[in-house]
Design a protein around this ligand. Sequence first.
Ligand SMILES: [Zn+2]
Length: 386
Amino acid sequence: MFHTADPKDIIDGKITDVYFERTLKILEVKGINPLVKAEFIAKSLPEDWPWAVFAGLEEALYLMKHLPIKVRAMKEGTVFYHYEPVMEIEGRYQDFCVYETAILGLICQASGIATKAARFKKLAGEKLVISFGARRMHPILAPMIERNAYIGGCDGVSVVKSGELIGEDPMGTMPHALIICFSSTAEALKAYDEVLEPRLRRVALIDTFLDEKFECLNVAEALGEKLFAVRFDTPSSRRGDFYRILEECRWELDIKGYKHIKFYVSGGIKEQDVPVLNPLADGYGIGTSISNAPVVDYAMDIMEVEGKPLAKRGKWSGSKRVLICPKCGARKIVPNNEDNHLCPCRKKFEDILIPILDKGKQLIKMESSSKLRAFVLKNVKDLPLE
Ligand SMILES: [Zn+2]
């Protein structure tokens, strides 16, 4: 059997740290069940990220719909900064106490992956970024991982089931195994071309047996005009100066009249590699860097009890609004009251923590993955990476 929870276990509150279950028991026996507000907040972001993308809301909402609580949250795909609450739950504490572990898990990992993908896409610019990292993670999570990689900015995902979830065709080239089965890159490519539908782009993997330069020329001669791209997955033991390998291959292909052939690169690509390779690469397959992205360490903290501000040490008490100026982009965290706030630029601030759930009733529309992706790309367009 797979060592994963059943979705029903999550909804039944079984994916909980045991101390919440014990807390619930104590509160029930003592008849204590205050009306509280609790917020989800990251006091710092991983790897010194200056901002992050809020993701995982659709799944969190699916879980929270089963509970008699009210929720305000940022829209999925919103950029946030440390100390800004991204979500707030209002309800009787006993009603959601055992769900803290699961709700955090749903947004912490998703936000980390979406943010990492957004950073890669910003670095790559117009060049393709494809999620290739499903194989590094438990397969049951592949659609979740790739959905968040996609909404963060990846142009495509590689897993069939992930493609179904996001409503896009999965993308892929060919594995080394196909070439090894044919004992020849060119023969494998010809078979690929013969068997697969014409709508699929012909991309040859060229690091299996021979030097990249000569293999590039072999596949270019084998397929000519039909060859769309070559993929360099050069093993790290042979990589030396990866940029120089690409540069030399580009030169040789160009000089022989194969300027149309694009270059895809894959294999352990890190953020810092992208600006170096970007002048020569037309696309990236990003694996572990995205699928194993650092999580955003949100915490859930009670900050109001029976309408009165109260929080633990190190946290700001009271329910909050997060405001943003639609004109100049200035942001502000203020107490959650009726006050009007004007930006120094004279424009009225807008709330980005908005009501999304009222005791089972969903108050916002769920957007498609492609719309969320466009929203994220617009939000991060002008932001610095450091
Ligand atoms: Zn302003």
